[in-house]
Design a binder for this molecule. Sequence first.
Ligand SMILES: Nc1nc2c(ncn2[C@@H]2O[C@H](COP(=O)(O)OP(=O)(O)OP(=O)(O)O)[C@@H](O)[C@H]2O)c(=O)[nH]1
Ligand SMILES: [Mg+2]
Length: 422
Amino acid sequence: MSFFRKLKDRLTKSSSKLDEGLDAIIEEGAVEDAAEPAPAVDEVLGAADAAPERVQPSVATPDRAVPPGDGAAAANDAQAEPLLPPDMREPEPTPEPEPEPEPVPTSAEEITGPEAMPVEEAAEAQPAKKAGLFGRLMGRSAAPRRALDDDMLEQLEELLITADMGVETAMRVTANMAEGRYGKLMSAEDIKALLAQEIAAVMEPVARPLPIYPKKPQVVLVVGVNGSGKTTTIGKLASQFRAAGKSVVIAAGDTFRAAAVEQLQIWGERAGVPVLTAPEGSDPAALSYDAMVKAEAEGADLLMIDTAGRLQNRADLMEELAKIVRVIRKKDPDAPHNTLLVLDATTGQNALNQVDLFGKMADVTGLVMTKLDGTAKGGVLVALADRFGLPIHAIGVGEQIDDLQPFDPQDFANALVGVEES
Ligand SMILES: Nc1nc2c(ncn2[C@@H]2O[C@H](COP(=O)(O)OP(=O)(O)OP(=O)(O)O)[C@@H](O)[C@H]2O)c(=O)[nH]1
Ligand SMILES: [Mg+2]
């Protein structure tokens, strides 16, 4: 199964919501298809290229995550590696050479050739050429189309809000969709392709694999609210980095629950990675420090520190997180080199609040969004990209060890909107 197909299958809830909503919007306002021949999808999509005025995201996107205090030199040294090394990915099918595009015929004669039609029939067919015949011959007459107007834009905006994209992002995306296309007739297929293109444009600047730095051990601190998927994501990441030839150590910084340590040990076994633990109730900052010393002594490439889930409004627990950071900086002033905030897609708009508060307490450098499988709230990732511009390193699409995918903006946008892979 191709990468895209798997993603699309997993994102069924989000995608069917947008997919069906867009079909309904077009059908509701569909016009008699006589005024204007259907533009090719490329023509519809291309219109925005010519439009100079596009609504910009509310924040500037940082170029990439740089380890705190490490400055530009470290950024230059950093080799951004794909989440999955190339040999772990499913083989791409060899692209077939594209056939030369045929010029699009503009009349019935051009399509059928003058000899193909008896004279009377051809004469009769002439008046119908604009709509019915042209459409039928192009195989498009069956697709209802609707003019892109204020009503339609408002409906689109509402649909995007129900898909958890948030008001500001929904407004920006629909404004960009309208740019240079106002009044154009659009089929559901056109509007889906256009929406996917606009979403991909928002996501493009934030799609960044977890950067790998030459520093040993590179410390990756993993934070988030209760049950967001931190421990599972650490297991999945450790397995992928291990498969990519990196030596990984995990520290069980969730010292509150004995069960949390056991869960991490199971993931460590699955991933083939050692897990450093401390007795229940001990100080997670002290464990993290010890883990750094051990990881360094063992020459590990990566140290991933799991932490207990904490609600972003619990000041005491957030302070504890800040303490972990302070203590590990005594060992390495640049650590943690990455602070990953793991977000659960099913929490929808609350994810925005989590990024805001964790960002303030723990200098979050990147995001992983889990549980995108089986939720209709996948649009929140678009809102996050638009609002914060933080790198999105990976997405979780299931509970198994290989259910963590690198974030590909166009695949994600297509899967979210319900566009088939071209
Ligand atoms: N469907 C699905 N389930 C996931 C995904 N990631 C994690 N889970 C499940 O979510 C639940 C919580 O995951 P954990 O990894 O324990 O979450 P956590 O953030 O470590 O939780 P706490 O340590 O209690 O704060 C588990 O049942 C996981 O299997 C995902 O991408 N998709
Ligand atoms: Mg956990």
